[in-house]
Design a protein around this ligand. Sequence first.
Ligand code: CDP
Ligand code: MG
Length: 826
Amino acid sequence: MLNLRATLPIAARKGDILQLMKEHDVLVVCGETGSGKTTQVPQFILDDMIESGHGGYCNIICTQPRRIAAISVAERVADERCEPSPGSDGSLIGYQVRLDSARNEKTRLLFCTTGIVLRKLMGDKNLSGITHIIVDEVHERSLLGDFLLIVLKNLIEKQSSKGSRKLKIILMSATVDSNLFSRYFSNCPVVSAEGRTHPVTTYFLEDIYDKIDYRLTSDSAASLTHGTSARGQILQRDVVTKSRGKKNLFLSGWGDESLLSEREINPYFVPSCYQLYSEQTQQNMKRLNEDVIDYELIEDLICFVDETCSEGAILVFLPGMSEINCLHDKLVACSQFGGPSSEWIIPLHSTVVPSEQKRVFLRPPGNIRKVVIATNIAETSITIDDVVYVIDCGKHKENRYNPQKKLSSMVEDWISRANAMQRRGRAGRVKPGNCFCLYTRHRFEKLMRPYQVPEMLRMPLVELCLQIKLLSFGYIKPFLLEALEPPKVEAMDSAISLLYEVGALEGDEELTPLGHHLAKLPVDVLIGKMLLYGAIFGCLSPILSIAAFLSYKSPFVYPKDEKQNVERAKLTLLNDKVDGPCNTNDIDRQSDHLLMMTAYKKWQRILTEKGTKAAQKFCNSVFLSSSVMFMIREMRMQFGTLLADIGLITLPKDYQKHGKKIGSLDNWLSDASQPFNIYVHHSSVIKAILCAGLYPNVAAGEQGIAAAALSSLKQSSSYANSHRTVWFDGRREVHIHPSSINSNSKGFQYPFLVFLEKVETNKVFLRDTSVISPYSILLFGGSINVQHQTGQVIIDGWLKLTAPAQVAVLFKELRLALHSILKELI
Ligand code: CDP
Ligand code: MG
């Protein structure tokens, strides 16, 4: 290992780095991925401190954008130093990520996620115990990364004006524009490590496409044989020997490794020869477009490389976990990779457990070929040395703001040219490599943007603003304007006003107790508020489901022409006495959210009692998507651990550590005997919490605007109408979406609906809705204005309730009580 480390490009710059560190407070280190920045630079400092006898004292923090990288680097560095594993006795190396930490008071070099540093800032704004902060992968320009840079810049300026303690900062970046970072820190010096990569031959989709004999063994193969010349048939015979019984692939122009030379293949395989193929085959060929991820093509490419190309691992980039699992399943099922070699098809994404993850660095025995299927985590954070072949789908998942939902969610999009180059570079680490891009050259050269837009310019800033307040960094806008590339003023304004609306800020940008809790929950504020109140008001399990469905998507599928059947299935679900809402009257039927929650409850029970097959059958029978349900299960557990993280609920001991027995955590979270679940059978409580989370997304029927009398609303169905209700959202008329179970109702218990999403087509539609009681609005809604002359209570200037003044006063007091409950929980 020592020898290997000495040959890393960064090793040549050790002297410069240490020297410049002595002369300057800030230093930028850049170098190609794999040059040794992450593993070596922290050790340069550590060793220097130990050798120089500065009392040997240092306390180095190295931040990583992802938890999986923090853990794997810490383990690697401990290995390199022949130290016991991170965090154990006698090891100087440690790591800390959310829900998992391996460190002790002897730890001198800590690898952690950016979020952990921000949490440390909460304890000590000056980070006084720390001697060095290394911010790794700054080129990723993540929201938290850019945020941390503002904080560090302020710290450095403060310390140079005071001339006190010297905190040293090192920014590490892949090849991109390192001067940008240098300029930001008053033109600090930049050290770059020499690149050391081999040439990579790139094939774009059309290159692959041109050279593929994309025929199926079905009917089209017959017509193909029929339509081709003798030479074609020779090709086919050759194919049969290599056949995997399904479909065959030829690529040419790869020198010695190709099956046949380009000259031989071209007459048959350029797209202009379409006419040789049957219509079916032509369709299949056209299907090879860049918009969908073509698993079969990827599978074929992998098999082709495995069969015909020289030694070297294959690295496949896919956008996310579900795509990775899908390809993994296909490959394991394929004869070529089944059996022992299937162990060497390794998924790599952020939720792979560390022990499994380490396998990507191992070399397989004999002639087994390693195939790593990864997200963009393998782009810069994790380097796998023996990769020679890269297959790049060209896409990744990005956190994006969805203005319709007013939530951010992960969406799939094209990567930037810089990302594509990074991915390509992964193939040339040990010898000349090949990169297969599943997109066209045109896409790469003309359509991909050169760099990724920094998150700060494209993400909502709500959560970030809360952090600024929680850390008491003063007013939000001046702070954010100091960023490397500051966000737009409108983006900041809209974030700040949302924080006032949900009640996280009050007065002069002061954080409320609610805001305090929300700042500690790393989820969207609306969802966070719902979860928080769900736990406090004893209906956590249903709220976990609803919050998950709201953040992800509705589980119902609408097969063509089956709308009626879907509606019937929805009603059956609601009428179920065992799992449906307990008071099976009209109110409970008037909520799409309660319906989803019920569907989950039922699915979960079947899954636990009868197993996966029965659960799948259930899904099919009531038009639910099984994969959405499994995703919801994951998200419920994730939300549960987040709440445990801030101390709102206490997980049983076994669950403390991530990854252990995690499967049954979901059942524990739904256990009705838990204190956080005592009101799970009270649908009115659940709906009130829904209102707390979704407010101000309220629509009111005419009567809600023209004053709904609170007193008369007590009896059920008093708002029943023979004609259709017209709904308003404060400004305009809105309509209930036809897919909602409320869309056909004529009578509503209360003239108030909450919703998350508005969709604008020819009209404005509310997607999923729940009818809620005016009391929920009084307790959880916006500001109350009592008009004593008319006896009206006006909420947020437009929602009108006719209520005795005492009722309004009572609710104001209840609000104060809630405020103090939240305060006590801090
Ligand atoms: O940070 P940078 O991309 O510059 O490189 P690095 O992550 O420090 O990796 C340097 C080298 O260490 C890689 O080329 C790998 O050879 C090796 N490495 C490893 O074998 N196993 C690890 N878990 C991490 C790094
Ligand atoms: Mg690195």
